[in-house]
Design a protein around this ligand. Structure first.
Ligand code: PMP
Length: 417
């Protein structure tokens, strides 16, 4: 009987059967349609992988790295993980994201993206033939005149719910968020999780800044919420975790039913990541596993050091009137430039958003680097968010001091003009 139905339907039936038997919790394993994109049909076998697997079963990354990542995430997620089936090493988080979108998104699928977003999500969804559907974090400035925090940027629950439909295949979550530094709360993640379970939607959870969280806040992994493990891919980056961007080591942690399709894309694109970098990252994690939660741990020290830099830049910007939005995480900070329109007058009806022109002017005339905030928005929404720019504070003390000097001088010039 199975032979008479087409391959997709056959797959559909097998998926249904395997998910029904997989877990005692039906919420956990609701996924009723094929998760992989049609482009993977017939290419999920790879001669090299099959034969190497026979000789030694370590095709998803360098064994010491996948092993220690599994051990580490077991601790973080409170569940048993198999290094061979639940972890996949990639060429940076960028490649991890690419593999996720290519593996799971088909022509016509919709993917929800929360704005502002790391810019490659939109293009990667489009490259996979999907349609991005945007939902904004809406700013609610505090009434008491205090500086805004990234926590004041929130999803409207009704608006978020309205974006889910039968066509929705996945949602992209990025917490802590680049560029805002927002760390999603348990309540916010619960809302997203509930909608994912209700509409049978996957979650690509970009958590590359998971260790950069300030003020005693906690990074919560959506995969640990009820019903989410089976539908979530956690994306991580050694570049952010150990401040070694150029090493290009990333990973995806998730259930085998998703990771197996991500592996198909991986083995048909780069196939293998540089061993030397994987060994170095494995050693870093082994050390962190030993020192977990102790004051000597890098994951404990790094946010402390960066929080001081954040506070310093917040102070410096606030002092000169460029109102910073205090980030709860990441090493980015956005600041409101609306008080600076006399320095760089607006050009009505210009195609270029104001923040682009302001940032170019600032780099050329003040020697201070930033990125326009509206670059993190879809074309349709850019102009609503062009009064901010994004700074990075993961810099040497001397560089931060130079930035402070520039801001002070600029303030004096404004006072005397
Ligand atoms: N996701 C986010 C949110 C990022 O900010 C970045 C890097 N800027 C990446 C993914 C890519 O990370 P990697 O350098 O490991 O490729």
């Amino acid at each position: 009987m199975l032979r008479r139905v087409g391959p997709s339907l056959r797959h559909f039936l097998l998926e249904r059967n395997s998910s029904a038997g997989h877990s005692s919790c039906s919420r956990e394993a609701k996924m009723s349609r094929p998760v992989q994109a049609r482009r993977l049909e017939g290419i999920d076998k790879n001669i090299w992988v099959d034969f190497v697997k026979l000789a030694a079963t370590y095709s998803k990354g360098y064994p010491p790295l996948v092993k220690v990542l599994a051990q580490f995430f077991e601790k973080l997620l409170g569940r048993d993980l198999d290094p061979m089936t639940n972890v996949m090493v990639t060429v940076g988080a960028y490649h991890a994201l690419f593999c996720c979108f290519q593996a799971l998104v088909d022509e016509g699928d919709e993917v929800i993206i929360i704005e502002p977003f790391f810019d490659c999500y939109e293009s990667m969804v489009k490259m996979a033939g999907g349609t991005p559907v945007f939902v904004p974090l809406r700013p609610n400035p505090p009434k008491d005149g205090k500086l805004m925090s990234s926590a004041d940027w929130q999803l409207d629950p009704a608006e978020l719910a309205s974006k889910f439909s039968e066509r929705t295949k996945a949602i992209v979550l990025n917490t802590p968020n680049n560029p805002l530094g927002k760390v999603f709360s348990r309540g916010e993640l619960g809302l997203i999780a509930e909608l994912c379970v209700k509409h049978d939607v996957l979650c690509i959870s970009d958590e590359v800044y998971e260790w950069l969280v300030y003020d005693g806040k906690q990074h919560i992994r959506i995969a640990s919420l009820q019903g989410m493990w089976d539908r979530t891919m956690i994306v991580g980056s050694a570049g952010k975790t150990f401040s070694v961007t150029g090493w290009k080591v990333g990973w995806v942690v998730g259930p085998d039913r998703l990771i197996q399709h991500i592996r198909t894309v991986h083995q048909n694109s780069v196939y293998h990541c540089a061993t030397i970098a994987q060994e170095a990252v494995a050693q870093g994690f082994q050390r962190e596993l030993m020192l977990y939660g102790k004051p000597e741990s890098y994951f404990v020290q790094l946010p402390k050091e960066l929080q001081k830099k954040r506070d310093w830049l917040v102070q410096s910007l606030d002092d000169m009137g460029m109102k910073p939005v205090i980030p709860e995480g990441t090493y980015f900070l956005v600041a409101d430039i609306s008080q600076f329109k006399s320095d760089v007058p607006d050009v009505p009806n210009s195609d270029e958003p104001y923040d682009y022109r302001f940032t170019k002017w600032m780099i050329k005339n003040k020697g201070l680097a930033a990125i326009p905030f509206s670059a993190f928005y879809s074309e349709a929404h850019k102009n609503n968010y062009s009064n901010f720019i994004r700074f990075c504070f993961a810099k040497e003390d001397a560089t931060l001091k130079a930035a402070n000097d520039i801001l002070q001088k600029w303030k004096q010039e404004k006072i005397s003009s």
